[in-house]
Design a protein around this ligand. Structure first.
Ligand SMILES: C[S@@+](CC[C@H](N)C(=O)[O-])C[C@H]1O[C@@H](n2cnc3c(N)ncnc32)[C@H](O)[C@@H]1O
Length: 197
C-alpha cells in the first residue's frame, strides 16, 4: 500500500504543520461556484482538510454542509473555528467507505492527494455519492508535476478520458478565479452523473 493512502501519513503532516496545500481561507473558485446553490443544498467536501469553505458556507447559512477527512487534526480545527458547526456533519472516515447522497461535491486538492491508480475508483465513488441531478465541481491541477507526489497533477485530456464515461462534462477549463500562485495551473471542473438530465 502507498504510504499516502493511509490516515497516518496525513495526520503526521498536520502534526508537523507540513500542510502547504492549505491556503488559509475559503477557496475563491469553490466559493464562487457554491454560492449559486440554495442554502438547503446537501454539500460534501471530501478530503476536506481544514475546510475553510465548509466553515464559510456554514456561516453563510448553508445547513447541509458535510466534511469528510480521515485525519483527526483538520476536523478538530473546524470544531475550534466554528463550534456551532454540526458535529454529526464532521465525518472522520475514509472517502471510499463514505455513504450518502449529495447534491454538490466540492473538490480541491483531494484528487491530487490520492495515488493516481485510485483515479478510476474516485470517479466511480463520486458517481455513487452524487444525486442524479447533482454536481461534482472544483479544481484540478492542469499539469503534471516534475516530482513524485503528492500532489499528483494531470492534463485536461487525461481528466476528460477519466470522467467522460461516467459524467457529463459541463466545464473543464482554466479557472478564472484561481488564487495567484495557482493561476494558469488550475482547471475548473463541473461534472454531473451521465444518467442525469
Ligand atoms: C492535500 S490535502 C487537501 C485538503 C483540502 N481539500 C484543501 O484543499 O486544503 C488532502 C486531504 O485529504 C485527506 N485524505 C487523503 N486521502 C483520503 C481518503 N482516502 N479518505 C479521506 N480523506 C483522505 C487527507 O487527510 C488530507 O486532509
Amino acid at each position: 500500500m502507498d504510504r499516502i493512502d493511509t490516515a497516518y501519513y496525513w495526520q503526521e503532516r498536520y502534526n508537523r504543520g507540513d500542510i502547504p496545500w492549505d491556503i488559509g481561507y475559503p477557496s475563491p473558485p469553490l466559493m464562487h461556484y457554491a454560492g449559486q446553490f440554495p442554502t438547503t443544498t446537501r454539500i460534501l467536501l471530501p478530503g476536506a482538510g481544514r475546510s475553510h469553505e465548509a466553515i464559510a458556507l456554514h456561516r453563510l447559512g448553508y445547513e447541509q454542509v458535510w466534511v469528510c477527512d480521515w485525519a483527526a487534526a483538520p476536523l478538530e480545527y473546524v470544531r475550534e473555528q466554528a463550534p456551532d458547526f454540526p458535529a454529526a456533519h464532521l465525518l472522520q472516515q475514509a472517502f471510499f467507505q463514505l455513504e450518502g447522497v449529495f447534491e454538490l461535491i466540492l473538490e480541491q486538492t483531494f484528487f491530487s492527494a490520492l495515488p493516481p491508480r485510485r483515479r478510476p475508483a474516485y470517479a466511480e465513488k463520486m458517481n455513487d455519492l452524487l444525486h442524479p441531478n447533482g454536481r461534482l465541481a472544483g479544481v484540478l491541477f492542469a499539469q503534471p508535476f516534475p516530482h513524485e507526489g503528492p500532489p499528483y497533477g494531470g492534463t485536461a485530456e487525461g481528466y476528460r478520458r477519466l470522467f467522460e464515461g461516467r459524467f457529463n462534462i459541463h466545464q473543464l477549463q482554466l479557472s478564472p478565479h484561481s488564487i495567484a500562485p495557482r493561476r494558469g495551473n488550475e482547471l475548473f471542473i463541473e461534472l454531473s452523473p451521465r444518467h442525469s438530465s
